[in-house]
Structure formats: structure tokens, C-alpha cells
Design a protein around this ligand. Structure first.
Ligand SMILES: CC(C)(COP(=O)(O)OP(=O)(O)OC[C@H]1O[C@@H](n2cnc3c(N)ncnc32)[C@H](O)[C@@H]1OP(=O)(O)O)[C@@H](O)C(=O)NCCC(=O)NCCS
Length: 284
């Protein structure tokens, strides 16, 4: 079996390897993928692994696609691809490599090559054909702060500092420099999809929508919870996504974040899939 690094992608392998409702998301992920390794069988290319370019200051890199066309020798093909991806990540100077995976056979092979489970996520979606009418519970205003990195960072840090680290488990402090770089390098980000809830001038809630129709970074200050602010933010995001032509809103939540899961279910989101974040060190 030959694993080669080539600067191309092969959509047909992705089509034959992922469930049909996943292929459009995977194809979009390919847009952010800069390094490909294809694997050749005797006569043709049978597998593909793509590494998503991460910012160099980070120690890790993500695998954005892992697809194998033939069922025959699948484990061997996946093994070869993953090992090659690990080598390439190491060559590129990354100490850790991560992948989000939901397909059981792939998870098994990843475990064999030293990947460990890091977090479990639920993928949820909500059709945007019928957005229920929304009655604000409070006088908190939600504003779109399109592209205003300063306002975004101010709101973000002020909200996460309203509680303990456990209250905002997924959200570290950020700087404007960090955000600007992220916007420049991560093509999925949509600075026009940033919304902040204000109590007079004080930021108390935030949501960011990306170019794939995904809701992310939903957070409400500790003392302002259960006042309908999270719901108001998501409704703004729904309207925005609908205006952009999206048919559904998608999000990913940590399986153990039971409060957030109830919040999303209350908004009409349904669980579509489970995904596991797995990681390995590239340097032994
Ligand atoms: C999840 C979060 C954004 C919800 O914001 P919020 O403004 O408190 O949500 P709302 O007031 O709009 O809640 C609407 C409904 O969702 C449900 N809900 C919200 N938080 C809940 C919780 N902790 N437990 C159970 N149900 C909850 C309730 O049904 C609630 O209605 P009710 O208050 O009338 O019972 C907020 O708790 C938060 O910032 N959490 C920390 C960050 C986080 O985990 N974000 C999600 C990452 S995936």
C-alpha cells in the first residue's frame, strides 16, 4: 500500500465514505483543508486524509477528512492514512493531532494507533422553515456587531469573567489580536454573524454564527441566566441564517453539558449524531 502526499482532493471518495447528509458539510470542510494525503491501492486512489491548517502558534492540528472508498482492507487503509497524517503533522511541527469522528469502525482504528477519547459531542439541528414567534422575557437588547472585533472581545471576556471556569468550561479569555488572526485564517468564520446582548451598555450574552450555518460560542453571563437572553440570541441567529438562505441551523454541544442540551431542546433542536473528539501525540 502506498501513502502519498498530493495537493488534490477526491470528492467521490468522500461521497462513498460519509453518509449522504454529511457530504455537503465535509465538502465545505475541504475548503479549509490544505494538506492532503491520498492512498493508492493497486490500481487507483482509495483513501484520503486531509489536515486542516491550524494557526502555527497552536501545538495541534486537526484532521478534517478521513475517507476510504473500498470496504475491502478498510482497516489497513485507515491505519496507513492515519500514520501518514501523524508523520506529516510532526513534520509540520505539531505535537498533537485531533479528529472529530462519529463512524465506529474508524474510531476503533484510531484507538489502535494511539488516539484517546477527549470529549463526546452531540450534533443537533433545527429546521429553519418554521421559526416560532419569540416573546422577549426581558428588556435586554440583542445587537449585531458585524465585524467589530473590539466589541466581540470585550463582550466575550466580560461574559466569561462573570462566572467561574466551570461555568464557562469551553471558553478561555481571548485577545483582539487572536481574534483578528483567527478571522483572517479561518474561512468558516463569519464576522457578520456576531450578536451581543446588552443590559444598557454592559454585554451579557453572545452568539457567533459561521458560514456553514453553525451556531457557536453561545454564552450568557452567570447572573443573567434563565431570563430568556440565550433564547433571544439564538432567535437572532435563526433570522440571520434564514436571510442567508440556510434551511437548517446546526450546532455541536458537549454531551455532558446537560444545561445547554436542555436549552437547545427547548428551542426545537434535535440530536442528529454523536461525535467523538479523539487526539494523539505526534511525538512519542
Ligand atoms: C446555555 C445558556 C447559553 C442558556 O442561556 P439562558 O439565557 O440562561 O437561556 P434561556 O433563559 O433563554 O433559557 C430558555 C430555556 O432553556 C432551558 N434551559 C436554559 N438553561 C438551562 C439549564 N441550565 N438547565 C436546564 N434547562 C435550561 C429552560 O427550559 C429555559 O426556560 P425556563 O428558564 O423558562 O425554564 C447559558 O446557560 C450559558 O451561558 N451557559 C454556559 C455556556 C455554555 O455552556 N454554552 C453552550 C455551549 S454548547
Amino acid at each position: 500500500m502506498i501513502c502519498e502526499r498530493v495537493p488534490e482532493n477526491y470528492n467521490w471518495i468522500i461521497k462513498s465514505s460519509y453518509p449522504s447528509d454529511e457530504t455537503s458539510i465535509i465538502k465545505k470542510q475541504l475548503e479549509d483543508t490544505k494538506e492532503f494525503i491520498l492512498i493508492k491501492g493497486k490500481t487507483d486512489i482509495v483513501g484520503i486524509v486531509g489536515l486542516k491548517k491550524e494557526m502555527k502558534e497552536k501545538i495541534y492540528i486537526y484532521i478534517s477528512v478521513l475517507a476510504v472508498a473500498s470496504i475491502k482492507n478498510r482497516s489497513d487503509t485507515v491505519l496507513c492514512l492515519i500514520n501518514k497524517a501523524k508523520d506529516l503533522a510532526k513534520e509540520m511541527g505539531f505535537a498533537e493531532i485531533y479528529i472529530d469522528e462519529f463512524r465506529e469502525p474508524y474510531i476503533e482504528v484510531l484507538k489502535q494507533v494511539g488516539f484517546k477519547l477527549i470529549n463526546e459531542y452531540l450534533i443537533m439541528s433545527k429546521s429553519l422553515s418554521l421559526i416560532p414567534s419569540f416573546q422577549p422575557k426581558s428588556l435586554i437588547m440583542v445587537n449585531r456587531i458585524a465585524g467589530n472585533t473590539n466589541a466581540f472581545v470585550e463582550a466575550w471576556n466580560s461574559i466569561i469573567n462573570s462566572g467561574t471556569v466551570d461555568d464557562f468550561a469551553d471558553f478561555p479569555n481571548i485577545t483582539e489580536e487572536f481574534l483578528k488572526k483567527k478571522v483572517q485564517k479561518d474561512h468558516r468564520l463569519d464576522p457578520n454573524g456576531w450578536f451581543v446582548a446588552y443590559d444598557r451598555k454592559k454585554p451579557v450574552g453572545l452568539i457567533a454564527v459561521n458560514k456553514h450555518g453553525e451556531l457557536g460560542d453561545i454564552m450568557v453571563s452567570k447572573l443573567y441566566r434563565r431570563l430568556g437572553i440565550g433564547t433571544a440570541l439564538v432567535h437572532e441567529a435563526f433570522k440571520y441564517l434564514k436571510s442567508k438562505g440556510f434551511k437548517k441551523a446546526i450546532l455541536k454541544a458537549r454531551a455532558e453539558n446537560v444545561g445547554a442540551l436542555s436549552f437547545y431542546q427547548n428551542l426545537g433542536f434535535k440530536i442528529k449524531a454523536k461525535e467523538i473528539l479523539m487526539g494523539a501525540r505526534t511525538i512519542k
